[in-house]
Design a protein around this ligand. Structure first.
Ligand code: HEM
Length: 462
């Protein structure tokens, strides 16, 4: 933490909490390229609640970062009907569509959550778990003694294959295979600087042919759309009980009022699940591998616990392992895939702490900073899975999956995937740190990941 901050301070005329007075584009740069340092510095200077501004004009508003658990609780337990979150993601509407859980609010959002959320809980997980293990084995078949791999890239590819399998199924269909090829290209563009700028600046959204950034974006989204509609048609023709993927369930599901989702609604949600369901998990699994290999005692304890299962590969037995659970919890504490939860914009004036906020103020629980509070987590910068053994934290002190009506619908699924993949890799392969680089968190789209240069070496089978 620098002794002297380079950021000034400003008490906003609208009575917003203080925050840096540097121009918005300087803050935007820090938010993109040094997000954790930027938040640490602001928190050291302005405390539990502060204002940052990373864009200006149009629908962009200042963002109020909230890290004190009491304030987070006040915000997340207020009546959610008086808040909107979808508007905060308006730049995503172009590609996820207006029906997506990410951009909708109110009745539409509630209806979709009621239909989609159950697909990621209960017995469904058991079925997905077996497939997660199979896909992980397929991806690990490329491991060779003496070889090395970029952890983030490996986890990215693996989690993409897993989410495509869970969400659209039809693993042998040409369309699924094509989706596995074009979807990563689209995500790479979306998470690049170009993607960030073009999706956020409507004035720049002009196509000058498929090689221009916006033309490329239009071409890729069209290709993905065509594949999704073809896959939907196939799912509609499948016989009941033949397939067990989210798409097939969505084309057959009715809510309590007997309503189904339209094709466009299904398309929007399938794309939403593909996007939100793999970058986040890939980041978490990459960080877990990093911390496990940085901490030999943790690694030894974890491997001993996994080996205590013997030949048992039942996903549910893996899911219940206490130390593995603590390792995943601690990873998501120290490096939450999303550093902030979704914005909560009050529809009317809203009081929080010493402030009265105007309607439509961007109020954002800052997951990263809450997880860094020494009053809750002793030595917060250290990786100590033990802090999760026998100790409970409130959902406003520890909330890697957010809370209230927007809480991540994939939380249980993500934990399941993390544990199955980590256990499967560690029980089958001897792996060690390959490089000596300093691993600094970097942004990839909305997630925080280790750099691609962070590699592990494979030195034999267990
Ligand atoms: C380690 C992995 C993951 C992390 C850390 C994570 C984290 C989050 C967070 C913080 C939110 C915002 C919650 C809020 O504002 O209260 C969120 C929302 C969401 N997540 Fe996740 N997520 C992960 C994996 C997944 C997976 C696997 C899926 C899908 C299968 C998924 C789908 C979603 C969706 C659809 C939303 C929007 C929910 C809504 O607005 O109603 N996420 N996630």
């Amino acid at each position: 933490m620098p002794q002297k901050s380079k950021i000034g301070s400003k008490a906003d005329s609208m009575n917003l909490p203080k925050g840096p007075d540097t121009p918005w584009f300087v803050q935007y740069y820090a938010w993109l390229y040094k997000p954790l340092e930027f938040l640490d510095e602001c928190s050291a200077r302005y405390g539990d609640i502060f204002t940052i501004q990373i864009a200006k004009g149009g629908r962009h508003r200042p963002m109020i970062m909230i890290s004190d658990p009491t304030l987070v609780q006040q915000l997340l337990t207020a009546d959610f009907k008086n808040f909107e979150s979808g508007e905060g993601h308006h730049s995503m509407k172009d590609y996820v569509g207006e029906n997506s859980l990410l951009v909708s609010d109110g009745a539409l959002h509630r209806k979709h959550r009621t239909i989609i959320k159950p697909q990621f809980y209960g017995d469904h997980l058991k079925v997905y778990g077996e497939r997660m293990r199979e896909i992980c084995n397929q991806e690990m078949s490329a491991f060779r003694h003496g070889g090395s791999f970029s952890v983030r890239e490996f986890m990215q590819e693996l989690s993409m294959k897993i989410i495509v399998d869970t969400v659209v199924g039809a693993r042998d269909s040409e369309e699924t295979q094509e989706l596995q090829r074009c979807f990563p290209r689209f995500m790479n563009w979306l998470t690049s600087l170009s993607g960030h700028i073009f999706t956020n600046a409507p004035a720049a959204q002009i196509s000058l042919g498929p090689l221009s950034p916006w033309g490329y974006y239009l071409k890729e989204t069209k290709a993905i759309d065509q594949l999704l509609y073809k896959l939907m048609a196939q799912a509609k023709q499948s016989k009941e009980g033949d397939r067990y993927d989210v798409l097939t369930m969505l084309v057959n599901t009715r809510d309590q009022e007997g309503e189904t989702l339209s094709d466009k609604e299904i398309r929007d949600e399938i794309l939403t699940l593909l996007i939100s369901g793999h970058e986040t998990v890939a980041a978490a699994m990459s960080w877990a591998m990093y911390y496990i290999h940085e901490n030999p005692e943790v690694k030894a304890k974890l491997i001993a616990e996994i080996e205590s299962l013997g030949e048992n590969t039942d996903p549910m037995s893996i899911f219940k392992l206490p130390y593995l659970t603590a390792v995943c919890d601690e990873t998501l504490r120290l490096r939450p895939s999303l550093i902030v939860a979704f914005t909560r914009m009050p529809k009317e004036k809203f009081s929080l702490g010493n402030f009265e906020f105007e309607p439509r103020t961007n109020l954002m629980p800052c997951i990263y900073l809450t997880h860094q509070r020494p009053s809750i987590f002793k030595s917060p910068r250290e990786f100590q899975p033990e802090r999760f053994l026998g100790q409970q934290y409130s959902p406003y002190e520890y909330y890697p999956f957010g809370g209230s009506n927007r809480r991540c619908i994939g939380a249980a699924y993500a934990m399941y995937e993390m544990k199955i993949v980590l256990a499967n890799i560690l029980r089958n392969w001897k792996i060690a740190r390959k490089d000596l680089i300093t691993v600094k968190a970097r942004r990839r789209g909305i997630t925080i990941t280790p750099p691609d240069a962070f590699k592990l070496e494979v030195f034999g089978r267990r």
